[in-house]
Design a protein around this ligand. Structure first.
Ligand code: FES
Length: 362
């Protein structure tokens, strides 16, 4: 199981008016544990007025850049305690609780590949997309990348300077199109509005060299954007699902995620004895199947269970079912393969048998 470590900030710099670019130094003794893949994220933990607050932020760097610091971008959210603190109060040299990198938003690269990678990002969704595109360009000299990046205005474009420098550095292998939703700079609808299926139609009709069906897509932004684009690529453009990778900002907010789904209502109302294995220790507690999630109950029991988003998005609370059965309400993080192997997101799980055992150490 992953644990938090205190890392020192080496950079805290305003990126745009409402976002901050933060770098953490990884000491030599933690380099192995903090080795990362492009597109992964870091969980950060803060205690404000006794409240344990956790947030996950995608890593911006690419492993092949050779920078041992880990960099993230934090966008300020109105009313967000953690994002306000990080944007307004964090200083260089401060220590922050950080968990080793996690996440699956990546593909593996190979130097002999000749592929096309397409990044579709909105706002702060750029971080994991940029990390992936950079790694692809560093590792695959014969591959190309396209970045379609939407923001409200020119001054809101996150990492514009770095992206423009990368486009120069990779000399024709990285093509960048900025799309602005609240400003108009050219008499051309290509650069206006938001990323949508209609916009992609237009983009593909202009960039006719893009092999639409063979390309690999990295999508990060609001859930409606992700769903709309992923469906369009799969259904209208017949892109194989394995070539469409996406990362949610937060759990999609739609009817499937209503307070209590029909599937949840249908599970049996039972009392269960839940046992969890954490760092080789076993802890047991009673839980009614209709009440708390397994993670919430474990937290109430003051057990050291890992978590961050509590929304089925980040994967931090992953465990493997060793005995019994559970019902998982949402899953935006585990792969089909992991689910088949019995992995679950415990923040989304309720017991459906009288005895359940879960292992967090796997
Ligand atoms: S805590 Fe993020 S998926 Fe459960």
């Amino acid at each position: 199981m992953h644990h938090f470590h205190q890392l020192k900030t080496t950079k805290v710099a305003k990126e745009t008016n409402d976002s901050v670019h933060i770098a953490f130094e990884v000491p030599q003794n933690l380099r192995h544990e903090f080795a990362f893949k492009q597109g992964q994220y870091l969980n950060l933990r803060f205690f404000f007025d006794g409240e344990d607050l956790r947030r996950s932020y995608s890593i911006i760097n690419a492993p092949s850049e050779g920078n041992s610091d880990l960099e993230i971008l934090v966008k300020h959210l109105d009313g967000g305690k953690v994002s306000t603190y990080l944007n307004n109060e964090l200083k260089v040299g401060d220590l922050v609780d950080v968990m080793a990198p996690m996440g699956h938003f990546y593909t593996n690269y190979h130097s002999s590949n000749e592929k096309t990678y397409i990044g579709l990002a909105a706002g702060s969704g750029i971080s994991p997309v940029l990390s992936n595109l950079k790694e692809a360009l560093f590792q695959e000299p014969k591959s190309n990348a396209y970045l379609f990046f939407s923001n409200k205005s020119l001054s809101d474009i996150i990492f514009k300077k770095e992206i423009d420098e990368l486009a120069r550095k990779f000399n024709g292998r990285l093509h960048v199109i900025y799309i602005l939703s609240r400003e108009k700079h050219f008499e051309d609808e290509l650069f206006e509005g938001r990323i949508s299926p209609e916009k992609l139609d237009l983009l593909f009709s202009r960039f006719t060299e893009i092999p639409v069906q063979e390309s690999t897509y990295f999508i990060c932004g609001p859930s409606e954007m992700i769903k709309g684009i992923a469906d369009y690529l799969k259904n209208d453009r017949k892109v194989p699902s394995l070539q469409i990778m996406y990362e949610y900002y937060a759990a999609p907010d739609d009817e499937e995620n209503a307070e209590m789904s029909d599937e949840f209502k249908a599970i049996p109302n039972i009392e269960s004895m839940v046992t969890v294995i954490i760092d080789d220790d076993e802890y047991s507690f009673h839980l009614n199947s209709k009440k708390n999630s397994i993670l919430d109950q474990a937290l109430q029991e003051k057990l050291p269970v890992p978590f961050a988003c509590k929304g089925g998005v980040c994967c931090t609370c992953k465990a493997q079912v060793m005995d019994g059965e559970v019902f998982m309400e949402k899953n935006f993080a585990l792969t089909e393969d992991e689910v088949e192997k019995g992995f679950v997101l415990t923040c989304q799980c309720h017991p459906t048998t009288n005895v359940v055992m879960l292992n967090y150490d796997v």
